[in-house]
Design a protein around this ligand. Structure first.
Ligand SMILES: [Zn+2]
Length: 201
């Protein structure tokens, strides 16, 4: 028997972690993992934006993840939650496959797109593998319409395209935005302006 993969995606503030926790709590015995680069709240808990929390293990986001999940004694665990799944490197796909092969369900939550609206990490691949997939949305901070994207703001301005996909400890903020109000700033590299002026001439 193989476990089922369920994945909740969407922008920030869409309630992905909350949904994952609700789903995990339908199982008698579950465990939860999160990438150890995420110390937003606490090393040992997953906390949703609405304050709901469950204990979690902070695990390597790189290829070590696979060795970790292979060494876990699943015992009577019937589901494994993986939060912030977009931050894991490619090995997360094999890690999820391994857990499923133990007849353990995997409930994952993560951003499907980054601040540039581009695919984030292995989320698209996991979505393809998923038995159940739900895309959640938030409310646009500008107009209140349904928001499917995450706006990164640095010093009050939309982040430029060449801002790194993952910023750690930077002074940036995020807002959910709809298609119309999501803005990606043009690259800051001076080469960009040179190319544009070359084309114009
Ligand atoms: Zn809007």
């Amino acid at each position: 028997m193989k476990g089922d993969l369920k994945i909740y995606t969407g922008p920030m503030f869409a309630g992905k972690t909350t949904r994952m926790i609700e789903e995990l709590e339908t199982y008698d015995n579950f465990m939860a993992l999160k990438p150890n680069m995420d110390d937003r709240y606490s090393e040992v808990d997953i906390v949703s934006h609405n304050g709901h929390e469950i204990p979690a293990s902070s695990v390597p986001s790189d290829e070590l993840l696979l060795y970790v999940v292979e060494d876990v004694d699943y015992g009577d665990i019937s589901a494994v939650g993986i939060d912030e799944v977009q931050f894991f490197e490619e090995s997360v796909v094999d890690a999820v496959d391994y857990i499923l092969s133990k007849d353990v369900d995997v409930i994952a939550a993560g951003l499907d797109t980054d601040f540039r609206k581009e695919p984030f990490g292995s989320v698209p691949e996991l979505r393809e593998m998923a038995d159940e997939y739900e895309k959640l949305s938030a409310r646009c901070e500008e107009c209140g319409d349904e928001a499917g994207y995450t706006q990164r703001i640095i010093d009050g301005e939309p982040a430029s395209y060449d801002s790194p996909q993952v910023l750690i400890g930077a002074d940036e903020t995020y807002e959910p935005r709809c298609e119309e109000h999501h803005v990606v700033g043009k690259p800051e590299e001076s080469a960009y302006d040179e190319i544009v002026s070359d084309i114009a001439n």
